[in-house]
Structures are given as structure tokens and as C-alpha cells.
Design a protein around this ligand. Sequence first.
Ligand SMILES: [Fe+2]
Length: 235
Amino acid sequence: MHKHIEKIKSNESQPKIIKNIFNKNEIKEFLNLYIELPLTVHNKRQNVKKKRWLKEFRSDLENLFRSRLENEIGSFKYDNLVDDSGKEILGLFQESYNPIGLHIDGGFNYDNIIFKQTLIPLTDTGSTVIFKNRFYDYSTNFTINDEELNEKNLKYGQNRRSSKHIGFFGSKPFDETIHKKYLNHEKIENLIGLEVDTIYEWEIGSMLIFDRTNLHCSSSIINEKKIGLTTFTKK
Ligand SMILES: [Fe+2]
């Protein structure tokens, strides 16, 4: 569990969607950056490609991003991993062909005062589901799939797997209508006790900001593929 839970809680707020925070040209530049970056992970099972935004790439976009985000959330530090050679990573581009399951992005250091995370859609079809429920632990994928739970060979920066969310939020079954419409890639039993806060419909030029403690996942709505840029902050 995180050590500074009270401080983390004092910075929490509702998820926030900011429309038209980036213009078309700026989005195009983020896509150019995505193309330029080296591929770091191609997970064939999940069918997701990941590219790390290495600090040495496009400092103009780094400045642009920082100033826009500071406007919304005040001062922050990046909470990022370093790559194999010790280079700082500013964010993560993900190109996904399948929806990403339920998880939190709490990071990997209990001393940190984890703060907000952001999502910038670079393609226009998709949605992200943010739950009201919160968890104060490492980055974790929440699953009841035995095979996933038994995955022991986790690499640096990979999320833990856990089923400790089951029962933690009570025993109320998840809303069947929302499950059918947005979350049919998840077993409904895996969503027990969860309540949706926000369904963010991806829109080019907008940005989603939410707390690192919020459980979340993609919706099942993907038009072939989607590309998004995520960043993680701490205080
Ligand atoms: Fe996430």
C-alpha cells in the first residue's frame, strides 16, 4: 500500500475532460512523434504496441504538454520509469487492437505521492471507462483469470496481477446494461462492486485527466485500432 495515502487523497478529484485543449496541428505533431519513436513492446497476445516517449524526443511537445497540463492541475512531477539505458520516459503511446482490461496505474514506489494521469486520444474512435472505486497500491491488473494470476515472469514496469479487488468493494453485481454496451471484454464477475464514474468518449483535441487511484479500463468499442498517449504524474 502507498505510504502517504492521506496526502494522495487530499489531491483527489473527479475525472475531468477538457475539450479542444490541443488543435489539429498539435495532434498531428504528437502522431509524428509516435511514428518517430522506437517500438518498445509488441505484445502479440494482447495485440498492443507500446512506444515510450523518451525525453530526448521533441522537447517542444514536452513544453507544450507541460504548460497545458499545469494550467489544469497545477504543479506536478512526472512519475515515470527509465528505460534500460537510464533515459527518462515522459509518457507511453499505446496502439491497441483489443480493449485493455481493468487496472490501476499506481506506479511502483510506495513513497510517491501519486497524483493525476492523462490520456490524449490520437485516433477518434474509442472510449475509456473510469470507475468511482479507488485502490492505493502498485500498478495492478485486476483479473479473475487463473492463467493471468499465475503469471510470475513479470518484467520491470509490468503491472502486477491480482484478484484482491473481488469483495473489496462489496458484493453488488455490476450493471448489466453498461456491461453489455461498454465492457463485454470483461467478465461481469470481475466487475463486482464497481460503479462507473465517467465514460470518456475519445475525441481528437480533448484530454482526460483522472486520479492514479481510480480503477479504469478501455471500453470494448474499438474501430480496428486506437492510439492514445498516457502520462503519469506525482506531487
Ligand atoms: Fe491505465
